[in-house]
Design a protein around this ligand. Sequence first.
Ligand code: PGA
Ligand code: ZN
Length: 426
Amino acid sequence: MADLIESTVARRVWDSRGIPTVEVEITTTGGARGRGIAPAGASTGRREAVELRDGGPTLSGKDVRRAVGLVQTHVAPALVGREVADLAGIDRVLGALDSLDPEPDRPRLGGNTTTATSLAALHAAAASRGIPAWKLLDPEPLRLPRPQIQIIGGGAHAAHRTTVQDFMVVPVSATSIEEALVHVAEIYRAVGDVLAARGPRRGVADEGGHWPEVSGTEDALDVLMAGIERTGLVPGVDIGISLDIAATQFYQHGLYVPDDGVAISTSQWIAQLVRICRDYPVITLEDPAGEDDTIGMRLAVAGTDPGTLVVGDDYLVTDAERIARAAEDEAVDAALIKVNQIGTVTAAANAVRSAREHGLAVIVSARSGETEDVSVAHLATGWGADFVKVGSITRGERTAKWNELIRIDAELGGMPLAPVPRRRPR
Ligand code: PGA
Ligand code: ZN
């Protein structure tokens, strides 16, 4: 018998930056319950789904009472009585309610509202069948995504202490999630020791990585390399480096303005990054160019070795069509997937499909503003992602996801990690 949506309830909860966000809970006539919480970015692309925030003086305008109200007045009545198993249908309703051309008295729901609702529906549909969400997406996954974990935070996540936003490691020789996390935890501690030996430590950045006291990008990379070597693991053999440049943040009027404040051209900037990718074992390079700089992205793909994948985040915004075009342009090798960039689980699944159809690698990612919601672990597993990126290995909103992957691994009886992809010959 069909299990129907009975109620859709929203409330204001809090994210890891102390900013309000939307939680939605869906219950069904069969007694199933699913919950989703919207995350929030700090370095957002201009084409991302726009969040609905209240504005005004309180909470820096970031309150979400309107979004919570809209779930009650518009979303709940539209979803009641629908089959919870019909996730695509539910997401179509959310998309229509959030349409670009709203009636005068119907405000847009915002990507935060649709994301929380869509995730809640996913978990309710899984609960309705008595299975976890990953299993709803893929009953028999053959592998778990390989973790990409932040060790040092910079850019918009550490008051622009470094130009580069994210210095991450990927345990490439690890064969299980358990082993991968042990390697990363050792490196996290060792890098902390290296930084402590240089002077006072400044705590952690937004995603739990060390807040660096460094003179620039290459100094941060040297600290990271020193930390890796201290553990006895071999950079380039056991451990790869992943960088999220988040270049949109310092791309102004067609020029790049990095740490030193000196504006340089696209080709000069990409040449610097290509050199860094040769000097250090960089296996993924995310958003090396600004969100509108196709030439910069193409130069990065053309200039780096096949062992360095160029990843699109702000450049792709989890949009199936942008992904297809970027693949044809040879502007990316991999797509970063964030549900709240595009607003629903179905639209993000379409982005994953588009990436696969075009031979791109897939990285499923959390945001810098997160909560205890663990959906990303289920999506990355169920979509067969190559990598999963949720920040560092400290702070509860991050470990919630790593710990969920450990549970998924246990439930599956111990899974291999996805092989490390390389650029396909074109
Ligand atoms: P954000 O950063 O969530 O602050 O946008 C994450 C990323 O750029 O990958
Ligand atoms: Zn990014």
